[in-house]
Design a binder for this molecule. Structure first.
Ligand code: FES
Length: 258
């Protein structure tokens, strides 16, 4: 069931210059929130800023949900101005989450930038399924959220584009290196488009199924405005535009056309 609801900000934590964690009271109608789903947040008071902003679910707890918000414009700035005790109008959960009806036990999770956030709930849900999870997270110059992942798996690696000799590089290079000595059954990923494209390519080359969480620009979040379309394969030689908010945001790698 999806509804608008005013939910209380329980906690706000500044993670770094651009990223805040908001812990929001959990709407009591949301019994099952899937990893990969998102909520559409009303950012300001009245009608400004007009459009809602889609924020992926990062971690579902008993009575609350954690969201990580990257300040990239007026809407997300307004969200980060919220104080503990304020109420936010949120709509969700929306979209289709990751498909966890999987065969095979060896999973690798690849995240990049703010796209690591929705992979945290995924890691938690997969750890409950007792599969082997390797998490690889890539950042530009500053890592965040890493200790949260370590609560659910002992295998968490990071790369920094501007890092030291030890961890400098792209997370996709780390994936290519690991694949030489370990056979994975699934890759789950979220992050910037060039990274998703490369993960999809590696998955196809190595014959590993991939699931990509696409973070397109959105407006309505419910399939009405067509702002969020992306190109996917339909049938052998056919393709179509679909709504990321409605048919996604998670797609199998072999569906998506970049
Ligand atoms: Fe409006 Fe997807 S955001 S159709």
């Amino acid at each position: 069931m999806k509804r608008d609801l005013l939910c209380k900000v329980i906690e706000k934590v500044k993670i770094n210059e651009n990223i805040y964690k908001l812990t929001i009271e959990k709407p009591n109608y949301n019994k099952n929130i899937k990893a990969g789903q998102f909520f559409n947040f009303k950012c300001g008071e009245g009608d400004y800023p007009l459009l809602r902003r889609p924020i992926s679910v990062a971690l579902v707890k008993k009575d609350s949900i954690d969201f990580y918000i990257n300040k990239v414009g007026k809407g997300t700035n307004a969200l980060c101005e919220k104080k503990e005790g304020d109420y936010i109008d949120i709509l969700g959960p929306l979209g289709n989450g990751f498909d966890l009806d999987i065969k095979g036990k060896n999973i690798v999770i690849i995240g990049g930038g703010i796209g690591v956030a929705p992979l945290l709930e995924l890691t938690k849900q997969l750890s409950d399924m007792h599969v082997n999870i390797d998490v690889m997270l890539g950042f530009k110059k500053e890592a965040f959220i890493v200790d949260e992942f370590k609560k659910y798996t002992g295998s968490v690696s990071i790369t920094l584009e501007n890092g030291s000799e030890v961890n400098k590089g792209y997370v996709t290079d780390l994936l290519k290196e690991r694949i030489k000595s370990k056979k994975y059954d699934y890759i789950f990923t979220c992050g910037p488009k060039p990274m998703l494209k490369e993960v999809k390519r590696i998955g196809e080359e190595e014959n590993i199924k991939t699931q990509l969480l696409m973070e397109e620009r959105m407006a309505c979040g419910i399939g009405a405005c067509l702002v969020c379309t992306c190109k996917v394969k339909r049938g052998k030689d056919d393709w179509n535009y679909v709504r990321t908010c409605k048919e996604g945001p998670v797609f199998y790698g072999d569906e998506v056309i970049f």
